[in-house]
Ligand binder design. Structure first.
Ligand SMILES: Nc1ncnc2c1ncn2[C@@H]1O[C@H](COP(=O)(O)OP(=O)(O)OP(=O)(O)O)[C@@H](O)[C@H]1O
Ligand SMILES: [Mg+2]
Length: 147
């Protein structure tokens, strides 16, 4: 089963390393211009997932939550990873057009956005929308939600 089919069904992970492994599988299957939205509660595993994307893309730097900046960019030498965390943005502020993200969106790139609901409608087509939850059994579930 492809990683996309598995994500459509939902994948439960038992550890951060398992979440990283799922992200790595997805990273290998992404198109050269990939936009991922990562929705879900605090601590559900979104940033952990981005760490897995980064590893698979060959990025050596440590991925940390972009707390003071709204987004961080990383370059593996071939692929650019743009990690955005919109948690602190006011949903009404409509900042997406002012961030000049396009300046970094030179293929191949992967743009991963935590808390996309704070950005309203994105000006680009989203490749895959992911939802992160913690299940009653304390597993971390990653699921692809239909666009
Ligand atoms: N199966 C798992 N997958 C991912 N993280 C896990 C798992 N099990 C435990 N954890 C822990 O849960 C936490 C997930 O934190 P992470 O920063 O990835 O969440 P987040 O969704 O980005 O939260 P925030 O909305 O605050 O940015 C980490 O402390 C991680 O070690
Ligand atoms: Mg996070």
């Amino acid at each position: 089963m492809s990683i996309f089919d598995r994500l459509n069904n939902g994948i439960d992970t038992n550890s951060p390393d398992e979440t990283i492994a799922v992200a790595a599988l997805l990273a290998k299957a992404l198109p050269s211009e990939a936009i991922l939205t990562l929705e879900g509660d605090l601590g559900a595993g979104k940033t952990t997932f981005v760490k897995g994307l980064a590893q698979a893309l060959g990025i050596q730097e440590l991925i940390t939550s972009p707390t003071f900046n709204i987004f961080n960019t990383y370059d593996s030498g071939s692929t650019t990873l743009i990690h955005m965390d919109a948690y602190r943005l006011n949903p009404q502020s409509n900042v997406i057009d002012e961030l000049m993200l396009e300046d970094f969106m030179t293929p191949p790139y992967c743009l991963a956005i935590e808390w996309p609901s704070n950005l309203g409608e994105l000006p680009w087509p989203v490749t895959i929308q992911l939802e992160f939850t913690i299940t009653a059994a304390e597993k971390h579930r990653i699921r692809c939600i239909p666009g």
